[in-house]
Design a binder for this molecule. Sequence first.
Ligand SMILES: Nc1ncnc2c1ncn2[C@@H]1O[C@H](COP(=O)(O)OP(=O)(O)OP(=O)(O)O)[C@@H](O)[C@H]1O
Ligand SMILES: [Mg+2]
Length: 553
Amino acid sequence: MLKRFSLKKHEEKAHNPPLKKEELKGEVKVTGLPPIAIKESAVKESKKKDEKIELAPLKKEGIRLLGTYDFISDNIPITIKIYKKKGEFVPVYEVSISSISKHTEIILEKVREELTAQVSLGMVDILTTKDTGVIEQRFMDAITTLVNKYFPDADETTANFLKSYLIQKSLGLGSIEILMDDINLEEIAINDAEEPVWVYHVKLGWLKSNIMLASEDQIRHYAAMIGRRVGRQLTILEPLMDAHLRGGDRVNATLEPISVHGNTITLRKFAAKPWTITDFIKDNTISTEAAALIWLAVQYELSTLISGGTATGKTSMLNVVANFFPPNQRIISIEDTREIQLPKFLHWVPMVTRLPNPEGKGEVSMLDLLVNSLRMRPDRIIVGEIRRKREAEVLFEAIHTGHSVYATVHANDAHETITRLTNPPIDIPKSLLPAISMIVVQYRNRRTGVRKTFQIAEVLPDAEPNVLIQLDIRKSVLKKIANSKALVNTIELFTGFTRSELNRSLSEKEAILRWLAKNNINTVDTVGRVMAEYYTNKDNLMAYVRKNKLLGD
Ligand SMILES: Nc1ncnc2c1ncn2[C@@H]1O[C@H](COP(=O)(O)OP(=O)(O)OP(=O)(O)O)[C@@H](O)[C@H]1O
Ligand SMILES: [Mg+2]
């Protein structure tokens, strides 16, 4: 039954265009490169020792295309075809390098072998290379000489493309690098050398790729290389590794015989596009009125907790809230796994905790980072999740010393949030709670799976929550259910505004939010730029909003 359902889902995808163009960020149409001149003597069948990319003839019967798109991975034009094969339960994700003929590929393979013989590739670390953009000169020289030798008539573009191809094939994670560059993939899983690499596609779920790793040794080599990069070792005695790469991608590796079928690598890619308030308004996660209230509170530095059950969208909401920060304040974020993404131009220091090494050394805990962050003179502190008493104590201490704090808590509603904070294991005194001005609760409907904002509450001086706005679950709309007794007073106190000035500010914000949604301004950078304009040059921004024009038009 389950299988039938999932097949049906793919069929539906096949009828609709499965991938929207605008979602394929960085997509470049490949028009094909000029024909490559080669020396006849070079054409010799060379046996493939490395990982294999097997292409299936697409016109064959029993194959139904679910989607196709192109992108560029390190100068190399890539084409992806996703199709269902008769008799297979899982669709195939087929990678092909659009402008390389079989013929050229054979020569390149020969060049690669010659290259491997000339320079010791083990010494060149592609991950460092990717970060720094510098390839060891010795290696680059060898490649250039070989490309000139075998492809004497290639123009500059073609030569660069061939060099990139050789670099990608010879260094680092080989074809896995291509998968890492497909923004439609969330996860890449290597289970062993016997089966193809699996990929998790944003829209289509798990797919089997046409990439096979050559041997268990090769998987182990890749895992070791990633490990070296982050200072971890993977050995018979320590066959498990969990690591974060610089860009925020997460890697887990296990060695046989602990993973029974073979060595594994699981790569979880950092979310390509974080949520913004624009997405939330367009998807009806939140109303513009409720969003404007949150924005107002955030603007004037009121500390806020985001709560909700597991996977209700707490971290996503935290990211959305942090997008309201002004550009002239120092922000420190502290997380276990790097999830928060803020506009590049903000004054922001992201920090992540570290687990102890196998000897129990080198741990950097959330508490360490919190205590340290107070010495870094932040204006705003973002904390991934409050779990323990000491963390909560330091966090409240931070609020009392004039910082504004944004954190998530695991709780289903505003009342439960207070209960969670004032009972073990967090167990902080009730008297501290009014330091938190606002609680935003996220919710996921378990029947429909839809995620929404469930409550916006304030904390009264006696530490009781007062729910101001709540979701009418049946009608699926947010409704005002109480007047503010604390939040608005605090903002008045912090700003000297009258009630009517605050109302004006709220309606201005609503107008901007509607304008963001109407014009689909929905990346953290573009939303951040609008916020920066709002805080530094509001009249100018409002003129654009009133005329419904884009900034700079
Ligand atoms: N408003 C929303 N609409 C649709 N999907 C959403 C929404 N908010 C979050 N999601 C998606 O829900 C998933 C869980 O989101 P997120 O990680 O923010 O939840 P969380 O509550 O922080 O989870 P956890 O309990 O694991 O910390 C993610 O895939 C995210 O993209
Ligand atoms: Mg989370």
